[in-house]
Design a binder for this molecule. Sequence first.
Ligand SMILES: C[S@@+](CC[C@H](N)C(=O)[O-])C[C@H]1O[C@@H](n2cnc3c(N)ncnc32)[C@H](O)[C@@H]1O
Length: 429
Amino acid sequence: ICNQNMADEIETVTLSEEDVQTAGKELLECSRYGELKELKEMLQSCLPEGEANFGAWHRIPASIINFKDLQGSTGAHRACANGHVDVLSFLLEIGAEHAQNDNGNTPLHWAVQNKQKEAIKILCEKVTDLDVLVQNRDGKSSLTYGFDAGDTDILKILLEHKSAEALQKKSQNEPDSEDAVSEKDEQVQTFLHEINFGTDKSILCREIGFNSGQLDEQDNLETTGAVIWAASLILSRWVIELKHIFADKLVVELGAGCGLPGLTACRFTDASRIVITDLMSKTFENLQYNVDKNLQRSSSKRPIDVHALDWCDEASWPSSICNGHTQILIGSDLVYSLDLVAPLINTILNLLDKKGGTFLYVTMDTSRAGFKEFCEGLQQAGLSMSKKIAPKEFLLNPLKSQDKVAFDLHFGEIHERTFHMYTFVRNEA
Ligand SMILES: C[S@@+](CC[C@H](N)C(=O)[O-])C[C@H]1O[C@@H](n2cnc3c(N)ncnc32)[C@H](O)[C@@H]1O
């Protein structure tokens, strides 16, 4: 009897390839959605009926437990990304591996990228060969993402793991870790994205998630530009497509938020100067950070400045870009309130060159308050208007890592909305 029991313990059930596929795919779905009960029921159904097999998870083949999707990610990856800790614990208990997917990301990479603190703790406790320094194909370890996460608890858990010992001293001296710690004090989380529009150059762009529970109305207004809106990804790709018209031009971005289109103009065009503007203090600090971060890693000597510019306060407008000096003006998702339409039109008309000045504008919502009045106002002022829908290739994942979960998490609206690209040209006699 004893021998029979031991044999039962090590023997996994034999299933057809088709059954393994079906069970593996279901395991992936249950892990993604945190369906522990359904997961157990499904696995139970893979076992031959009988009391001895009830809950005999050791008999489930590893090919199901570690079933991979088309990118090589497993149920453990998905449970980690979505913070389903009960599913994750169960998978680890029944023998799930902590493996790298095709991009080199481990479940820990995904847990850290998505700030799933509890999942990170579980991995650190239960995975015996966990290594926080294992790098993905972009050369980034979970610890690197920990520094970018802007969450001191996460950073602490990772740094305290035994696999981080070798780097601990060095890491604590790196500027990014200091950024992360100080920002946690202000209840913010930061995401530093490496954006690559399919060329050999990439752009670093940080966005900030504020703890919304602590924000009042003024704060909300102040933080709208601290996140990267999907329209700015479209505008950035459009800037690259139209780079020939930027040569030797003074380019200004209005209401830039995180400043990705302006940074794109700096990196990809031969503009003579780029001025990126916004007004809110939190947004502005982040904008300056993004410009500095990209200047540090690029050899470009193209002049790029950040200026505070309030559409409602002419005294804040820098003279070097005013009175028709701006040849190309760019902006995304600027119109969302009727009150701001007149000041915004006034700003555009003041800045834009009267001889061929061009304003490129992208929005994901043409039904927003004030948008109709905005278009009519510019046309009444003599600007010609043309529009088109963003082409499919502008909607592709721009993250250098090609991480789909992160793309959906941060820019999910790109799949749901139609993006409209407007060109306004001024030609006054
Ligand atoms: C919806 S966000 C879009 C940000 C960025 N263009 C993007 O697409 O990610 C609107 C931006 O307009 C800026 N803004 C709002 N009112 C403004 C004003 N009166 N003057 C200048 N900028 C303003 C906000 O600070 C914010 O950055």
